[in-house]
Design a binder for this molecule. Structure first.
Ligand SMILES: Cc1ncc(COP(=O)(O)O)c(C=O)c1O
Length: 341
């Protein structure tokens, strides 16, 4: 493996080109053989359903170079499962575990020189993408699909360390309807939330905090991350049918239990926020973004937490990061090691 000459420590959290991606086509009712491409572009029919009707789903996971030099991927089976749930939700062809796994491993192996070294905080982001490529003019699922995987090295999410951020509660824009597609990882949800999140960024917030769309009384999730709070010895995270089931959150719940905390997954009232000692957003990108301030855009109500990350969030963060980087024992068998790179 020839490590690329990249300034890993200053790598931004954004797309940069790698050498290859992989593509598999679903035609005539079945998946074909995986193809390797060195192009960053995708030839697409002008009437493809992904372009017109948003018939597309994606996933996001990372490859980590551990302290022992080994490359690990974290709970990829959960990403594969979630992509099949998304496929079911918006009627895409489903990708089997086998195709999913071989595609992500191939994309990582072909770009092994882009896997950031241990200790830089940078990681290799892996993006599986499933799109309706068949032509339709009427609203109907496509008869052809493309499953693609590209990878891109991304810098540490927190350049200045593990620092709490401010988030903005939004009531005038919903990302997903109560019985809609919020629980699937489909592009339409992200398009729906973009106006709210860009406005929040412009107003100085790291992210938005969405409430349940029906009553606006309960916490849903924090932009592209789930929400959690710590109260006493309990890790509390919202139960909602319109949030994405986060694999990070699921893992933090287990780690919290392992550390002797109680875990509650239940509806969380907005009014309950001031009773939490620590709150945070969690997802693959940052593991945990501790939250220092929640501001309701409509009422101006502000709830503040510590300027520094709380002790429980810090412990959970280091424990999960340690498992992913091979410095904490992987007692649940969450990692898959990719040998030979
Ligand atoms: C809407 C949304 N919620 C939550 C998450 C966190 O999920 P995960 O922990 O699986 O990355 C993501 C990121 O994938 C997301 O896009």
């Amino acid at each position: 493996m020839n490590q690329k000459n990249i300034d890993w420590a200053n790598l931004p959290f954004s797309y940069s080109k790698t050498d290859y991606n992989v593509r598999t086509y679903f035609r005539d009712g079945k998946w074909g053989a995986m193809e390797i491409s060195s192009s960053e572009y995708v030839p697409m029919h002008i009437a493809a359903t992904s372009l017109h009707y948003g018939q597309e789903a994606f996933e996001g996971l990372k490859a980590y170079r551990g302290k022992d030099g080994k490359v690990r991927i974290f709970r990829w089976q959960e990403n594969a499962k979630r992509m099949r749930r998304s496929a079911y939700g918006i009627m895409l062809a489903e990708v089997t575990d086998e195709i999913f796994y071989h595609s992500i491993v191939k994309a990582i192996e072909l770009n092994a020189g882009y896997i950031p070294p241990y200790g830089t905080g940078a990681t290799l982001y892996v993006r599986p993408l499933l799109v309706g490529s068949g032509a339709r003019v009427g609203v109907k699922p496509a008869d052809e699909y493309m499953f693609m995987v590209f990878v891109t090295p991304v810098g540490a999410y927190f350049k200045e360390g593990f620092k709490p951020v401010a988030v903005q509660v939004v009531r005038d824009i919903d990302r997903a309807a109560p019985l809609g597609t919020g629980k699937f990882k489909v592009g339409g949800n992200y398009a729906a939330g973009m106006r709210a999140s860009e406005r929040a960024h412009d107003e100085g917030f790291a992210s938005v905090l969405f409430l349940d769309a029906l009553e606006k009384r309960y916490i849903d999730e924090a932009g592209p991350a789930n929400f959690f709070g710590i109260k006493g010895n309990t890790y509390i995270t919202p139960q909602s049918d319109s949030i994405l089931p986060s694999i990070t959150n699921m893992s933090l719940e287990q780690i919290a239990k392992d550390l002797g905390l109680k875990v509650e997954r239940r509806r969380v009232l907005f009014e309950e926020l001031p009773t939490f000692e620590e709150v945070g957003a969690c997802g693959t990108a940052a593991i945990i973004s501790p939250i220092k301030k929640i501001v309701d855009k409509s009422t101006g109500e502000t709830i503040t937490y510590g300027e520094e990350a709380g002790p429980v969030s810090t412990k959970l963060y280091h424990q999960l990061r340690g498992i992913q980087e091979g410095t904490v024992e992987d007692i649940h068998g969450w990692n898959t090691i990719i040998e030979g790179i």
